[in-house]
Unconditional design. Structure first.
Length: 383
């Protein structure tokens, strides 16, 4: 390792939303923001850009689109033209823009439990959520309830996929994606695929962009990716929509133009450096995070009685099923906040089937993770 991922940096007093949400005695382990410093190549690119001292309106730099397209080809075997890529100020903004642009009061299918902004998206635009559950097998691994999925898609004009999935940590297999895509083709449904966690996939699994399944699927899909989760740059608000179909892209770009007046020049400088030069950092970060994933899994199984976890295949989020822990009753979020002083994400905000769960972010220095899990263990033991 060339990067010291064990090092704890003090992020208090930096207007970090993660580190300012709770009082100082609470360890925040919620929002999907890493407690690792971004790669040096990114910091250096920003420093160079800042030193210039001019921050006027930017144009969209061709290098960014070329670098992003080449990387998608190399990492995911999906041939994307740079022209198919459109910059957006965040994936949530992009998903909402797609829903605003491409729905007309019909249904929007989504899989629960769901990342809260995805859960809330349809109704914002006068559409109706058609929810289909992801259900657990006896090991705790989630897969789609296919009957519910088929019914949801049949009643929808758009399907918002989240792959890899936040919060359940699945990197969907090719055959699962094929089955989802076939249903969307059968019912002529547009696919909006949030693939923001695509670079954070652990050994034994791989990321398949749903649009890469076939030209026909690609033509009905808007895919979102970003360097933000991968390289810890979410505050720079720079993400991409990949829209190979020219007609869809034109409509999306026209809708964007009214709302987002030109690119974020610092975000693009950081994103270009991250995509172009950040892979060595990412390789190390992923190995470290996978070690944390294994630590969480074994700690929960050994030391947190009544709590179940299925090891995440991707993302840096552990989805903890606390329904078997008497002490946490049906509100483990409040229990751990008050008794353990650990700030997690409340499963109930991911939909009804998230009740009794909490989500823990393990992209942090190992000593911090050990501290957080230790606090949770002591709180369950009544200490
Ligand atoms: C699935 C998913 N989509 C989108 C986002 C946020 O994306 P952005 O900050 O680019 O809006 C997150 C952040 O946690 C996420 O987990």
């Amino acid at each position: 390792m060339t990067v010291d991922f064990d090092r704890i940096y003090d992020r208090k007093g930096t207007d970090s939303s993660k580190w300012h949400k709770y009082p100082p005695d609470v360890l925040p382990m919620f929002v999907a923001d890493m407690d690792f410093r971004s790669p040096d190549v990114v910091v250096e690119a920003l420093r160079t850009r800042v030193e210039h001292g001019f921050f006027g309106y930017g144009r969209e730099p061709t290098e960014f689109y070329e670098v992003a397209a080449r990387r998608i080809g190399e990492r995911y075997g999906w041939a994307v033209a740079p022209e198919a890529i459109v910059a957006v100020p965040g994936v949530v903004a992009g998903v909402n823009l797609a829903a605003q642009t491409f729905t007309s009061g019909g249904g929007v299918a989504l899989q629960t439990p769901a990342y809260p902004p995805i859960l809330a998206c349809p109704e914002k635009f006068g559409a109706t959520s058609r929810r289909a559950r992801l259900v657990q097998d006896e090991s705790g691994r989630y897969t789609p309830d296919w009957d519910e999925f088929e019914a949801a898609v049949a009643a929808s004009e758009m399907f918002i996929l989240c792959n890899p999935h936040n919060p359940v940590g699945r990197a969907f297999e090719r055959d699962e994606l094929e089955r989802m895509a076939k249903a969307c083709e059968r019912h002529d449904v547009l696919i909006v695929s949030d693939e923001i966690h695509c670079d954070l996939v652990f050994r034994g699994h791989r990321h398949t962009p749903i649009a890469s399944l076939s030209p026909a699927v690609e033509a009905r899909t808007i895919t979102f990716m970003a360097p933000s989760k991968t390289f810890n740059l979410p505050g720079l608000k720079t993400s991409i929509a990949i829209i190979p179909d020219a007609a869809l892209r034109e409509r999306f770009v026209a809708a964007r133009a009214d709302l987002v007046r030109g690119p974020n020049i610092l975000g693009l400088a950081a994103a270009t450096a991250a995509y172009r030069d950040g892979t060595p950092w990412l390789t190390e970060a992923l190995a470290y995070i996978e070690g944390n994933r294994d630590y969480v899994t074994s700690f929960v199984r050994t030391n947190l009685p009544g709590i179940h976890v299925y090891p995440a295949e991707a993302t840096y989020l552990a989805w903890l099923d606390c329904r078997g822990a008497d002490a946490t009753a049906d509100d483990p979020y409040t229990f751990f906040l008050e008794k353990a002083k650990v700030g997690l994400s409340d499963g109930a905000t991911f939909g009804e089937d998230g009740r009794g769960f909490v989500r823990l972010n393990f992209a942090c220095p190992r000593p911090m993770l050990v501290e957080g899990l230790g606090r949770m263990q002591r709180s369950l033991a009544g200490g």
